[in-house]
Design a protein around this ligand. Structure first.
Ligand code: ADP
Ligand code: ASP
Ligand code: MG
Length: 424
């Protein structure tokens, strides 16, 4: 007997018919003798719908008090899902019980809309499992020390599932979604993308952080930290396929060190259209400038991604960085009002219509010329590179958003990742 955690995403929970299918699949695993914990997301589109309602009423200034209420609203989507799934399981003859995050409880910090899980109390869940119940726990939500409902950021149900699996020392965490695994790039953008049988934890971490939303980055971090066996697979296969076949399908995240002989140099291509670029022109080039620009940005709890500072010209330099597009207006305001004056900069400019395209692969450690090949491929397509950043196993570029698909397709081809068109 194994303890298994299943996670079902929004599309997989998208209608009562689909929820019934999920319940049949879970019932199949439970009847095979496994202890089952299921973590569903809100029904597809629901979180967007709830947040859009809140936006209609939202004041211009999104204060921490408003953020608290946004989480109260957004978390309801998952509460509906766990209730419906438990009812469907009971209709299948399975003894099931649902819990919201606060009932488990899943303790988080108080960073509303992007809270981090601190601790999961597994006593209640373990008691239910011991009593032969299937336990259905809300994805995406938790509770802070003050008893306030929090959410874990968009796509956060992946993280809930992996964190629950870590807390329960589950034998495996299976992430069921609307594609049948992790692909070389988003198969909805490049139909020739290929499914990967396995992907290393490090590569998955990079791909998730660089925009492949198939797994939320924090779920991959948890899986790495607690060595949770993690697999991404389709919820759209027939629910009654044999468990042994289902358990081997999709993509396994592996923790093996080292490079396999046949490993491609570049394993995948990620992209992200959620960023915006800010440039501060004519900043005096002297010690402390980067801190004076980015200090207030950090204080405002705005995450900064890529940063470049040009060489100085006449004692002045230009400084560029990227932030999440949602934070763009706030960052621009902040810089224009305070920082520009404090640093003596001549101008603050911005561009929200950029995107980041990245190549990822463990093989990049041991091969030279990979970045050069990326730059050549983009130049052959006439695409201008605005910013570059590299690490051991990835190279990212910022380009004009309108060239994103062209760039991803060209790179996918150039690094010989193209295969037969994917079937979702
Ligand atoms: P869920 O609702 O199940 O959590 P998401 O929409 O969050 O599903 O994530 C699955 C989606 O991720 C896929 O439909 C696909 O479009 C997208 N995606 C992006 N990059 C990749 C990739 N490399 N491999 C597979 N899917 C990817
Ligand atoms: N329902 C949440 C969202 O739409 C969490 C998730 O789907 O993982 O972001
Ligand atoms: Mg998701």
């Amino acid at each position: 007997m194994s303890l298994i955690v299943h996670k079902y995403g929004g599309t997989s929970m998208g209608s009562t018919e689909r929820i019934r299918n999920v319940s049949k699949r879970v019932a199949k695993w439970a009847r095979a003798g496994h202890q089952m914990v299921v973590v569903p997301s809100a029904m597809s589109g629901e979180t967007n719908r709830l947040l859009a309602l809140a936006k209609e009423l939202q004041p211009a200034q999104v204060t921490p008090a408003v953020m608290r209420e946004l989480d109260t609203v957004a978390a309801t989507g998952e509460q509906v899902s766990v209730g419906l799934l438990s009812i469907a399981l009971q209709a299948e003859g399975v003894d099931a019980v649902s819990y919201a995050g606060w009932q488990v409880p899943i303790d988080t910090d108080s960073s509303f809309t992007k809270a981090r899980i601190r601790r999961i109390d597994d006593a209640r869940v373990r008691a239910d499992l011991a009593a032969g119940k299937v336990v259905v726990i809300t994805g995406f939500q938790g509770v802070d020390d003050g008893g306030n409902i929090t959410t874990l950021g968009r796509g956060g149900s992946d993280t809930s599932a992996v964190a629950v699996a870590a807390a329960l020392e589950a034998d495996e965490c299976l992430i069921y979604t609307d594609v049948d695994g992790v692909y070389t790039t988003d198969p909805r953008v490049v139909p020739e993308a290929r499914r990967l049988e396995t992907v290393s934890f490090e590569e998955m971490l990079e791909m998730a952080s660089l925009g492949s939303k198939v797994l939320q980055i924090r779920s991959v971090e948890f899986a790495g930290k607690y060595r949770v066996p993690l697999r991404v697979l389709s919820s759209f296969t027939d629910w009654d396929i044999p468990i042994e076949q289902e358990a081997k399908s999709g993509t396994l995240i592996t923790f093996e060190e080292g490079l396999k002989m046949e490993q491609a140099v570049v394993s995948g291509i990620a992209f992200n259209r959620d960023e915006a670029k800010i440039t501060i022109l004519g900043v005096p080039d002297k010690p402390g400038v980067a801190f004076r620009i980015l200090g207030p940005v950090a204080e405002a709890n705005i995450d900064v991604d890529m940063i470049i500072q040009n060489v100085s010209n006449d004692g002045k330099t230009d400084f560029s960085f990227t932030v999440h597009r949602n934070d763009y207006p706030r960052t621009l305001d902040l810089l224009r009002s305070d920082v520009a004056t404090a640093t003596g900069a001549s101008q603050v400019a911005g561009d929200p219509r950029i995107c980041k395209v990245s190549i990822v692969g463990i093989g990049m450690r041991s091969h030279v010329g990979v970045a050069a090949k990326m730059f050549r491929t983009l130049s052959e397509e006439g695409i201008n590179i605005q910013m570059i950043s590299t690490s051991e196993i990835k190279t990212s570029v910022v380009i004009d958003e309108k060239y994103m698909e062209l760039a991803v397709r060209a790179l996918h081809r150039a690094f010989e990742l193209d295969g037969e068109p994917a079937v979702a």
